[in-house]
Design a binder for this molecule. Structure first.
Ligand code: AP5
Length: 233
């Protein structure tokens, strides 16, 4: 571990439909490589909970399961990626989600991340996690999250040791506002229509790794770590 954490790993982009396990895997990769998880969903939910101007604009859109307009996100993402902890690399979870966002990210990385062309700054590795549609529905309806530490559970597949309480800090687990069946369907539709084309954007750059997200969590992580070792710098 000391070996991998002593050098830059570069940006890792996690792609996949709602419920594919992006958040679950992002936390594991973050811990393994000592780089932060940057989740646009989490950042937006924080804005909503604090009723910031961005949160007030995003709240109803997110509750309907639609994508927040691209231009509302760029300032929020840029601000987070400029923070010191992102300089060695970061894991983007849920961004980019449209081809326009992918183009914006390319420009941002070129201008601000690779600008000094330090040898330890690597091209993004794009990890595409695929999972069967019915499995996604069952994962999302069963998801529970710890409001304090962010740990993700599933009442069917990954239950906490004590019903409805976080294993780590004992907080009462919560259900996300958009994990209702009618909203989940909208989110999956938005993914197919607007986000799947982003894979084509990266496909041309030969940076996309596909993993089978239908396997148990540990096995998905093993696939991801193996591929990162091969494709990382
Ligand atoms: P966001 O928070 O990004 O949600 P999402 O993409 O819909 O993804 P999820 O968080 O639902 O799923 P996940 O893949 O992280 O799965 P998880 O690990 O939790 O976005 C929410 C909203 O914000 C969007 O709808 C949009 O409105 C807005 N937004 C965010 N980013 C945006 C952007 N860039 N542009 C525009 N709008 C944006 O796992 C799910 C469940 O499965 C859990 O219960 C977990 O325990 C379980 N599980 C995970 N892996 C496994 C496994 N291998 N086996 C069994 N169970 C598993």
């Amino acid at each position: 571990m000391a070996e991998v954490t002593s050098r830059g790993i570069g940006p890792i982009v996690l792609m996949g439909p709602p419920g594919a396990g992006k958040g679950t895997q992002a936390k594991r990769i973050a811990e393994h490589y000592g780089i932060p998880q940057v989740s646009t969903g989490d950042l937006l939910r924080e804005h909503v909970s604090k009723s910031t101007p961005l949160g007030l604009q995003a709240r109803d859109i997110m509750a309907r399961g639609e994508l927040v307009p691209d231009e509302l996100l760029y300032g929020m993402v840029a601000q987070r990626l400029r923070e010191a902890d992102c300089q060695r690399g970061f894991i983007l979870d849920g961004f980019p989600r449209t081809p326009a966002q992918a183009g914006w990210l390319d420009g941002f990385l070129k201008r601000e991340f690779f600008d000094n062309s330090k040898p330890d700054k690597c091209l993004p590795i794009v990890v595409q996690i695929d999972v069967d549609y019915n499995e996604l529905l069952s994962r999302l309806t069963g998801r529970r999250t710890c409001p304090a530490c962010g740990r993700i559970y599933n009442v069917h597949l990954q239950p906490p040791r004590v019903d409805e309480l976080c294993d780590v800090d004992g907080s009462k687990l919560v259900t996300r506002n958009d994990d209702r069946e009618e909203v989940i369907r909208e989110r999956l539709l938005a993914y197919e229509k607007l986000t799947r084309p982003v894979v084509d954007h990266y496909g041309g750059q030969d940076r996309v790794i596909s993993v089978d997200g239908g396997l148990p969590v540990d096995q998905v992580s093993e696939q991801i770590f193996r591929e990162i070792q091969i494709h990382g710098c």
